[in-house]
Design a protein around this ligand. Structure first.
Ligand SMILES: NC(=O)c1ccc[n+]([C@@H]2O[C@H](COP(=O)([O-])OP(=O)(O)OC[C@H]3O[C@@H](n4cnc5c(N)ncnc54)[C@H](O)[C@@H]3O)[C@@H](O)[C@H]2O)c1
Ligand SMILES: O=c1ccn([C@@H]2O[C@H](COP(=O)(O)OP(=O)(O)O[C@H]3O[C@H](CO)[C@H](O)[C@H](O)[C@H]3O)[C@@H](O)[C@H]2O)c(=O)[nH]1
Length: 330
């Protein structure tokens, strides 16, 4: 019997590629399934790459049959909130229907473990600004709803079969591999730290600050920014947890404290050495004032120990990656 393998869907993307790097470094057998709709083959540092879609039943069945897979890490999804508002069916198709397809194939193949990339967007608008795993879910956009539906399918399938799961609800993911080998290469990025780093290196003219009249100390939105390598490590912890027969669970992935848009800009300016150009704008539709994780459960349940809980370090690695992209002309 060959050693167990792991299927990573969306492993050519920003977060998936950081997880593949950690899996590869510890010698796991990895199969990556990615349709390259937003990912890049050059981001895959380890494993066997198969270009294809999670909605392709024949292909997924074949992959699960041919390789001795015990665990699936499911990152493949569309991820842009405003696009999901404009084109909801694209999101329900890719994020919900394709996940259903993958789950059917997993069920047929007797896959033991699945780790699913969910999002803090399942919580919607919060009264206190803090979300624990017990906070009622009430997504306010199709992206969040498409992910919540997938969560529900996974929980239901786990109850009905031998499949075990860890659902990870990511807060605001940022930064890049501290070794500088991979980072976020997403085209037309919308996330604050990525956009601010693009302004710093001259890829964009300015950063628009969406809303300065929020009920927060400096009037700008507050988020819980988590370094992508810490998030990647959480997947390794979750995998070990499931392989050691841990119970299926849902966990927030955040540090438990937040920073405002202005604090992020200050950190970028400190690291960059020159202030970036900013322009204040009205609020962006659908943005809650504050979204912070209640972050104890993940530490207690799977033993996660973050290493990069430092805003300056997060922006430093983002800037370093952006400079590398500029140097390589991408
Ligand atoms: N980036 C964040 O801040 C954030 C926050 C919360 C949750 N998430 C979730 O994390 C996961 C990864 O996000 P990311 O930021 O790395 O995005 P990304 O766009 O960089 O990665 C997604 C990857 O999936 C691939 N893909 C998309 N649909 C596919 C399909 N049907 N079949 C095969 N491959 C497909 C893309 O080509 C890409 O490589 C997503 O599920 C996303 O919803 C991300
Ligand atoms: O150019 C920008 C981009 C963002 N912001 C502000 O920066 C904060 C963070 O915004 P991001 O766009 O970086 O991230 P979001 O909080 O909107 O959402 C992200 O994190 C969520 C989880 O918290 C979900 O996972 C979602 O999918 C993902 O896009 C918000 O206050 C936003 O208004 C700006 O001022 N200017």
């Amino acid at each position: 019997m060959t050693a167990k393998s792991i299927l990573v869907t969306g492993g050519a993307g920003y977060i998936g590629s950081h997880v593949v790097k950690l899996l590869g470094e510890r010698g796991e057998n990895i199969i990556i399934l990615d349709d390259l709709s937003t990912g890049f083959e050059h981001s895959i540092l380890y494993g066997k790459f198969i270009q294809g879609n999670t909605g392709d039943k024949k292909l997924v069945d074949r992959i699960l049959q041919q390789h001795n897979i015990d665990s699936v890490l499911h990152f493949a999804a569309h991820t842009i909130v405003p696009e999901s508002v404009e084109n909801p069916l694209k999101y329900y198709e890719n994020n919900t229907c394709c996940t259903r397809n993958l789950l059917e194939c997993c069920s047929k193949a007797g896959i033991e473990n699945i780790i699913f990339s969910s999002t803090a967007a399942v919580y919607g608008e919060l009264e206190t600004g803090f979300a624990s795993e017990e906070t009622p879910t009430a997504p306010i956009n199709p992206y969040g709803s498409s992910k919540l539906m997938s969560e529900q399918m996974i929980r239901d399938l786990s109850k009905a079969t031998e499949l075990n799961h860890v659902i990870l609800r990511y807060f605001n993911v940022a930064g890049s591999d501290p070794d500088g080998k991979i980072g976020q290469s997403t085209k037309n990025a919308t996330l604050l730290i990525k956009v601010a780093a693009e302004v710093a290196v001259g890829k964009r003219e300015k950063l628009f600050v969406f809303g300065t009249d929020y009920p927060t100390p400096d009037g700008t939105g507050i988020r819980d920014y988590i370094h992508v390598s810490d998030l990647a490590e959480a997947h390794i912890n979750a995998l070990d947890y499931l392989r050691n027969n841990g119970e299926s669970t849902t966990l927030n992935c955040g540090y438990g404290h937040g920073f405002s848009v202005k604090e992020v800009i200050n950190a970028i300016n400190e690291e960059h050495g020159v202030p970036i150009c900013v322009e204040e704008m009205p609020r962006r539709a659908g943005d809650p004032p504050e979204l912070i994780s209640v972050a104890e459960k993940i530490r207690q349940t799977i033993g996660w120990q973050p290493q990069y809980d430092d805003l300056n370090l997060i922006v430093k690695t983002s800037l370093a990656w952006e400079k590398k992209l500029i140097t390589h002309g991408s």
